[in-house]
Design a protein around this ligand. Structure first.
Ligand code: COA
Length: 431
């Protein structure tokens, strides 16, 4: 049936997760990444924080004295904050009411903290059988399930560190927060799926995203390579061309490309002074003759020693050294301009400074300037997922307890004497 103009207009004004209310018990990075996404999708996210303390990141890596840190502000946009002492009797009463009136509870406490608070899964289900209760933990069930975990621990335990870095050097963690933000993304997907399931069954469920599992999911090509080792050396790894023997486990691959199309980071014009004057260059088989032409080696296109991917594998060091002689004569942006029309895949190594100033990222709402009453304007990363019917407006993070009274009234229905009793109990706090 064809949609009417009115239907389309109504759809455009509805947010994808409109009417979904989230009890946000998250802190630090992994959980807040997840609930920030839900807020951007249109959910009403209520962040529960300890009175006078709040999320520890508010006061970590402080750059403007007296103001919430960028660590906090950049992970908690579009949320509301209520200060609630959940270990206080009246606080527990308020929390129970929140559980009854929310659709999703998200938490990333250390294992057992919610049970100690008196709000384990049994109690939650009793209060609200439709509740989706979503958790980030360091590890899934098993011998490490009780451990506290931070980003780099997850990167190490999930297989990333052992496969990152150079073959003759230490294991290395990456700058991308695949343990925290990566797991937050996984959890957000799990929550949306559980909500869809609830639509059909009327039942809530528990959703768990362990950080180790999330990192491993992002490293699955390395487990692929672990099994390929049984069939012999990994010929696309540059250590093969260098004659370095393979051991029992997937080795660190430096900047080798993870797929079947060999790639490396190569110097560009200005590399002597600029630590980011480099390009990633992929010798995709389909465009090999064009690469040969470009770097002044047209004869390599037909020479059987170079013309097939297989023939090239053992000679990648020499091939990339020759390509680098060419890239060194161009800036990383000139390399882009020249290679892209030829369909040769390349990518400039962009610094955070360049990204902060990138016009397209600003225009697309991926790098956004937000104003904040305590710290003034700052840059943040907006929603990285774009919808045709939903534009995400990035709103500043809440001050500690900024919405306590609003939530007690509008969401929980406290008023008059009852509201006074809760406020006077000392279990809540406001900005
Ligand atoms: N009112 C009263 N108490 C509160 C509260 C509130 N509103 N919010 C939290 N608390 C309490 C908790 O109940 C807990 O108390 P308990 O230990 O007496 O049971 C306490 O605050 C601290 O919570 P916890 O999660 O243990 O914080 P931590 O600072 O000791 O540990 C982590 C931090 C991140 C290591 C830990 O939370 C963790 O391992 N989380 C799971 C994995 C994860 O997400 N890691 C990545 C973080 S980016």
């Amino acid at each position: 049936m064809a949609e009417s103009e009115d239907d389309i207009e109504i759809a455009r004004h509805m947010k994808p997760l409109q009417d979904v209310r989230v009890l946000d018990f998250t802190h630090v990075q992994s959980g807040p990444t997840c609930t920030q996404l839900l807020a951007w999708f249109g959910a009403d996210v209520i962040k529960v924080e300890r009175p006078g303390v709040g999320d520890a990141t508010r006061q970590q890596l402080v750059d403007v004295p007296g103001a919430d840190s960028l660590y906090f502000t950049m992970l908690n946009h579009n949320k509301r904050s209520i200060c609630l002492n959940t270990k206080h009797e009246t606080g527990k009463e308020v929390l129970a009411r929140l559980v009854e009136r929310c659709d999703v509870l998200v938490e990333n406490f250390a294992p057992g903290a919610l049970d100690r608070m008196g709000f384990g899964w049994d109690r939650i289900q009793q209060l609200n059988p439709r509740m989706v209760m979503a958790s980030v933990k360091g590890f899934g069930p098993g011998k490490f399930e009780d451990c506290k975990v931070y980003e780099n621990v997850a990167q190490c335990a999930g297989g990333s560190a052992s496969t990152t870095g150079f073959v003759d050097n230490l294991p290395m963690v990456t700058g991308a927060q695949i343990g925290d933000s990566g797991t937050g993304l996984h959890l957000a997907l799990g929550i949306v799926v559980a909500l869809l399931h609830r639509e059909r069954t009327g039942r809530g469920q528990k959703v768990l995203a362990p950080m180790q599992d999330g990192v491993l999911n992002l490293c699955r090509v390395k487990l692929r390579d672990q099994q390929r080792l049984n069939a012999g050396p990994l010929r696309e790894y540059s250590q093969f061309g260098k004659g370095i023997e393979f051991g029992e486990a997937t080795p660190r691959a430096g900047n080798d490309s993870g797929g079947g199309q060999p790639g490396r980071i190569l110097k560009c014009k200005g590399w002597e002074a600029d630590p980011n004057a480099y390009t990633y260059f992929i010798t995709q088989a389909a465009v090999w003759p064009r690469i040969c032409e470009l770097i002044g080696k047209p004869e390599w296109a037909k020479d059987p020693e170079y013309s097939t991917p297989d023939a090239r594998l053992g000679k990648l060091d020499g091939i990339f050294a020759t390509i680098e002689e060419w890239t060194c004569t161009k800036t990383k942006f000139e390399v882009m301009d020249i290679c892209n029309p030829l369909n040769i895949p390349v990518g400039p190594i962009l610094s955070m400074k360049e990204i902060a100033e990138d016009e397209s990222l600003r225009k697309n709402g991926t790098v956004v300037e937000v104003d904040h009453p305590e710290r003034g304007p700052y840059l943040t990363v907006g929603c990285p997922i774009k919808f045709s019917d939903h534009e995400v407006a990035v709103e500043r993070s809440p001050l500690l307890g900024e919405h306590t009274l609003e939530i007690l009234g509008d969401v929980l229905g406290y008023e008059g004497e009852e509201l006074k009793r809760v406020v006077d109990s000392g279990a809540v706090g406001s900005a």
